[in-house]
Write a protein that binds this ligand. Structure first.
Ligand code: HEM
Length: 327
């Protein structure tokens, strides 16, 4: 089949995909500052999409279109900044907010070494309704509440774990505003399995101000931040085995994340009405990190929670106890 001719000598299977090469050039240069592993952009894919229930909503750009409503929801506190940063790009290229949010998220993830190359489908309408409040999970929600919320949106308990691989390239700013940039694992710039290992370690202290904020529990490493929700899902019998299965299996983690993200990105959309423009998403750099116990930790610090399978044996990093700098 004849391919559509796009800018700068590139081509695509569909004409409708050419515009995304131009958006790609623009955001890599001007949104990701030449290709950084952009975290807020892919957090936004979640906050837009999970505003879905069988009544409607989903990955429809409503968080940007109905900014005045949705950013007032407690769980969306602070995402206003990235929405404001992104909106002019969507308007400039005349693409829908829903498409733009998912595209920027997929490109942001592609800038993280070790990540899978995510699917990107284009063609979401720019018409949306504001989502109702209380659909975005909070870090202080119980495992029951989180699992029920995701089930309402069509996700299994295992798929929550698959999506949470995103927390391997993530940090907090708003749970403890005095300690912004404290990451959820020791390698926040790399899409590796350390998040799934480190969340299972015994918590020893609150980094930063030494006391708990709402939705925070003790973390195992200086400078690392632990969300209560990650702590609980790592140990809950409904999610613990999927969690542990990623500890030393980068390929499984990446493949399951890709599949769950593909599902999340079209919540509330009809897949058959969208055009597959995944070929525009860059291929992420591979990594060959060996999953390790952070220096200073041993197997006895692991709170193994999957009753079906023993915790895999890992090498321990040597040297002084690992401490994590903010991102
Ligand atoms: C159980 C469900 C989830 C809960 C309770 C949760 C909660 C949180 C919280 C509280 C933060 C810190 C925000 C801040 O203080 O700035 C955060 C960060 C983040 N989350 Fe989640 N999250 C969940 C699932 C997800 C999913 C499914 C994704 C994406 C697929 C995601 C992507 C991210 C990213 C990328 C960040 C880092 C943002 C940044 O560095 O600015 N999260 N999450």
């Amino acid at each position: 089949m004849k391919r559509a001719v796009c800018s700068n000598g590139r081509s695509a299977a569909s004409d409708a995909c050419c515009i995304w090469f131009d958006v790609l050039d623009d955001i890599q240069q001007n949104l990701f500052d030449r290709g950084e592993c952009g975290e807020e952009t892919h957090e936004l894919t979640f906050h837009d999409a999970i505003g879905f229930s069988p009544q409607g909503g989903g990955a429809d750009g409503s968080i940007m279109a109905h900014f005045d409503v949705e950013t007032n929801f407690h769980a969306n506190t602070g995402v206003d900044e990235i929405i404001e940063t992104q909106r002019p790009f969507a308007l400039k290229h005349n693409v829908s907010f829903g498409d733009f949010i998912q595209f920027a998220g997929a490109v942001g993830v592609s800038n993280c070494p070790g990540a899978p190359r995510l699917e990107f489908l284009a063609g979401r309408s720019n018409d949306s309704q504001a989502s109702p409040d209380r659909l975005v999970p909070e870090p202080f929600d119980s495992a029951d509440t989180i699992i029920a919320r995701f089930a309402d949106a069509g996700f299994s308990a295992n798929e929550i774990v698959d999506l949470l691989a995103s927390h391997t390239v993530a940090a907090q700013d708003r749970v403890d505003p005095a300690h912004q940039g404290f990451p959820f694992d020791s390698t926040p710039g790399v899409f590796d399995t350390q998040f799934f290992i480190e969340t299972l370690l015994v918590g020893t202290a609150f980094p930063g101000n030494g006391s708990a904020n709402q939705g925070e529990v003790e973390s195992p490493l200086a400078g690392e931040f632990r969300l209560q929700s990650d702590f609980e899902l790592a140990r809950d019998s409904r999610t613990a085995c999927e969690w542990q299965s990623f500890v030393n299996n980068q390929n499984l983690m990446a493949a399951n994340f890709r599949a769950a993200m593909a599902k999340m990105a079209i919540l509330g959309q009809d897949r058959n009405l969208l055009t597959d423009c995944s070929e525009v998403i860059p291929t992420p750099k591979a990594v060959s990190n060996t999953p390790t116990l952070p220096a200073g930790k041993s197997r006895t610090d692991i709170q193994g929670s999957c009753s079906a399978t023993p915790f895999p044996s890992l090498t321990a990093a040597s040297g002084p106890a690992t401490s994590v700098p903010p991102v």
